[in-house]
Write a protein that binds this ligand. Structure first.
Ligand code: TTP
Ligand code: MN
Ligand code: MN
Ligand code: MN
Length: 356
């Protein structure tokens, strides 16, 4: 009886959602330690097949610190967390959450706008002294579309578009789906592809040619292209959050309904017949392909955990570019993901098992 009442209570919060709110709160305040700790706690709960009913059941689980445990205890006892409710009702948190939901707006910009007293999109758009960069302008223009989830059918349609573009440029080129969709997710916030050519040194040009082709087709709504700054003599980075150095681009593409089996994931009453979608492309030299595939398949938490394992259990440095053995002082080559797991002394982990 007691339980039934509790589970139908609308204010009840799931421990995992609570941890994500807490992580985001610390991210907005640029406090890295607790942010990562709560992200890890959220991901530990995600990986559990059963729902956590009693705190006793979570004892012995890795990565749950004292604070995570006490938040969870409170939720399991009362269905709520005082701290999380305070954050959710906080005006600053709500505003930063809203502002950072715009493509091109990070915590720093959001904070700056908040300090200037801006609280809504119309406040921002009506403020003459605010200069939006190109990325933010596209973020506002396509806000509705790019906040809406991308379906697997839409990802497949985009895969065909990228594949056709690559093949028209070079017959031996290829595009591979990566990111969340490679992990088997049904929906994503964008679609990620790795494009390659077997000829080392041609990958930069391949990417700019693809962009040109998308532009010619009239479907390129936004493009942020970053040329390669890859230096193969550098050791893999210790810092996970550092972006990789390969040629890449962050795009917004126009996807027509006619290209998608079963139609677009659009809101009812929307009869444009197309939607805007975020697409990321990365183009590593082919001898680094396996590292990039592993790195871009994610999840972010899985990558963090794998890199940490490499460093602390194997004295190896892993990133999107390379694997370096600190004991032997040498780089370990790989042509497939299987090679990398083997170097690390791990059994192969399938992409759909990397959803941490
Ligand atoms: P995302 O596309 O951000 O995330 P996702 O595909 O897992 O989930 P979503 O459905 O929300 O899109 O990133 C995919 C992976 O790419 C992630 O593990 C981090 C990695 N990545 C890099 O390694 N370097 C980069 O420069 C970028 C942008 C992403
Ligand atoms: Mn953002
Ligand atoms: Mn993605
Ligand atoms: Mn992405």
């Amino acid at each position: 009886m007691e339980d039934r009442r509790r589970s139908s209570c609308p204010c009840q919060v799931l421990p995992r959602d609570a941890f994500e709110v807490l992580a985001e709160f610390y991210e907005f305040n640029e406090v890295e330690g607790p942010c990562l700790a709560f992200r890890r706690a959220a991901s530990v709960l995600k990986s559990l097949a059963w729902s956590v009913r009693r705190l006793g059941a979570t004892e012995g689980l890795p990565c749950l610190g004292e604070r995570s445990k006490s938040v969870m205890e409170e939720i399991l006892q009362s269905g709520r967390s005082f701290e999380v409710e305070k954050i959710l009702s906080d005006e600053r948190y709500q505003t930063l959450k809203l502002f950072t939901s715009v493509f091109g707006v990070g915590p720093k910009t959001a904070e700056k706008w908040y300090r200037r007293g801006l609280r809504s999109f119309s406040d921002i758009l009506a403020e003459p002294s605010i200069h939006l960069n190109r990325m933010q302008q596209s973020g506002f223009r396509h806000y509705g579309d790019i906040s809406r989830a991308v379906s697997r059918a839409e990802a497949r349609a985009l895969g065909n578009i990228i594949d056709e573009a690559v093949r028209a440029i070079t017959a031996d080129g290829a595009a591979a789906l990566t990111g969340g969709f490679r992990r088997g997710k049904e929906f994503g916030h964008d679609v990620d592809f790795i494009v390659t050519t077997p000829e080392v040194g041609r990958e930069d040009r391949l990417l700019t040619d693809i962009i040109e082709s998308l532009k010619q087709q009239g479907i390129l709504l936004y493009c942020d292209y970053q040329a390669s700054t890859f230096d193969q003599s550098k050791l893999p980075s210790h810092k996970f959050e550092a972006m990789d150095h390969f040629a890449k681009c962050f795009l917004i593409l126009r996807l027509d309904c006619s290209r998608v089996d079963g139609g677009l994931n659009s809101v009812e009453g929307d009869s444009r017949g197309w939607r805007a979608v975020r697409v990321d492309l990365v183009s590593p030299p082919v001898d680094r392909y396996a590292f990039t595939l592993l790195g871009w398949t994610g999840s972010r938490q899985f990558e963090r955990d794998l890199r940490r394992f490499a460093r602390s259990e194997r004295r190896m440095l892993l990133d999107n570019h390379a694997l370096y053995d600190k004991t032997k002082k040498e780089f370990l080559a790989a042509t497939t993901e299987e090679d990398i797991f083997a170097h690390l002394g791990l059994e192969y982990i399938e992409p759909w098992q990397r959803n941490a």
